[in-house]
Ligand binder design. Structure first.
Ligand SMILES: Cc1cc2nc3c(=O)[nH]c(=O)nc-3n(C[C@H](O)[C@H](O)[C@H](O)COP(=O)(O)O)c2cc1C
Length: 355
């Protein structure tokens, strides 16, 4: 069935704008998730049915250690169909305190030879209230974990100064905690497409944000989504602040802003805007995962994200030190069958890895 995707469906779909295809796929996925019959069909085709590869991290059990990364399903519309594709969880969002319509189009551009997508969405989402309403009425699937990624609203309301930015994060976080929506929370401090850039990757500002978030009583794990474009000295400074503020883990990491890392930079539009997903994120993310593990041992949960396009690359992320992995681009370029393939490989090699 994945051959059907790669040989027939993908060449057809890749003729259309990625924004359009994404909207269509989300609508189909949401509809298919509503009915047990269609869920069963998707599960038969794409589901992982091998030996138990469930994994418990920070007290939460994932049916597989593979999570859909933040940004593909910002409004939580796919929570019922994704478990049928072999995922052990998804990170919904990034959501913001207010609705965001995002940046001018194109918000997504495919760079096929580079196995990368230029992402310039600018945090398009319906806002935290709509998400809470939606998820309160959606049945849950056992063993399928829902993380919620929180970003700062991408407009002047939250970008006027540091305090309004902090208030924006805290408002969303408090609402989610109070309504008991989400199994873990990610604070996205590294969106390259927000109104004022990645302010909170500045250690001084992160040191202001985290204590304010920590004032909200929350027993669930909290993770930080890290930038992969900062020097190790800055990265480890952020980790020190995370440690002091009892943050459970880090997601390493976000999009790559450096277009020189493309294998075929000539394929990128002359006037590009946005961060790169996929292949150009792979090595940078692995390197930072390795260094974090080396320096901090098991202090932080590490979720490895970026450029997983094959089972081999998934295993490299685990070997670098990831407890769990996340992906988006691999599913787009290699088809939804990739998740099951990773699950099978993980089951075969599990005993040989530290995980
Ligand atoms: C379409 C798209 C939208 C994204 N939006 C977000 C987002 O809202 N928040 C976030 O933390 N990361 C976002 N990202 C980054 C991904 O979560 C991930 O870190 C990155 O794409 C690397 O993984 P990949 O190579 O498997 O795609 C987005 C990525 C893509 C492709």
């Amino acid at each position: 069935m994945n051959t059907f995707y790669l040989r027939i469906l993908k060449p057809l779909l890749f003729n259309f704008k990625p924004d359009t295809i994404h909207a269509i796929f989300t609508a189909i996925g949401e509809l298919a998730g509503r009915f047990s019959g269609t869920r069963w069909i998707f599960g038969m085709i794409y589901g992982y049915n091998g030996p138990d590869i469930s994994k418990t991290v920070d007290g939460i059990t994932y049916r597989t250690p593979i999570i859909l990364s933040a940004g593909f399903d910002p409004d939580g519309r796919l929570t019922r169909i994704l478990p049928e594709l072999g995922f052990g969880g998804e990170e919904i969002g990034s959501i913001t305190a207010n609705t965001c319509s995002g940046n001018p189009h194109p918000q997504l551009t495919r760079l096929v030879r580079n196995k990368s997508i230029i992402v310039y969405k600018g945090l398009r989402n319906k806002g935290v209230d709509a998400l809470i309403k939606k998820l309160s009425h959606t049945p849950r699937t056992r063993g399928f974990v829902l993380g919620v990624s929180i970003a700062r609203t991408n407009d002047l309301s939250a970008s006027a100064d540091v305090n309004s930015g902090i208030k924006d994060y805290v408002d969303s976080f408090r609402k989610l905690v109070d309504s008991d929506i989400g199994d873990y929370y990610t604070i996205n401090i590294s969106c390259p497409n927000s109104y004022t850039g990645e302010t909170f990757i500045e250690p001084k500002l992160l040191a202001q944000l985290l204590p304010r978030l920590r004032e909200v009583p929350c027993k669930k794990p909290i993770y930080l989504k890290m930038s992969i474009n900062i020097p190790w000295s800055q990265f480890s400074e952020l980790l020190e602040i995370a440690d002091k503020n009892k943050i459970h883990g880090v997601i390493i990491g976000n999009l790559n802003k450096n277009y020189a890392d493309l294998k075929y930079p000539e394929d990128a539009p002359a006037k590009y805007r946005g961060g790169l997903s996929g292949k150009p994120t792979f090595e940078l993310s692995n390197e930072l995962i390795r260094k974090t593990r080396e320096k901090y041992g098991t202090r932080f949960t590490i979720i490895g994200t970026g450029g997983i396009l094959s089972p081999d690359e998934a295993m490299e992320k685990f070997k670098a030190g990831a407890d769990l992995i996340q992906l988006i681009s691999g599913m787009i370029f290699e088809g939804p069958g990739l998740i099951k393939k990773i699950g099978i490989r993980y089951a075969q090699t599990r005993g040989k890895m530290h995980t």
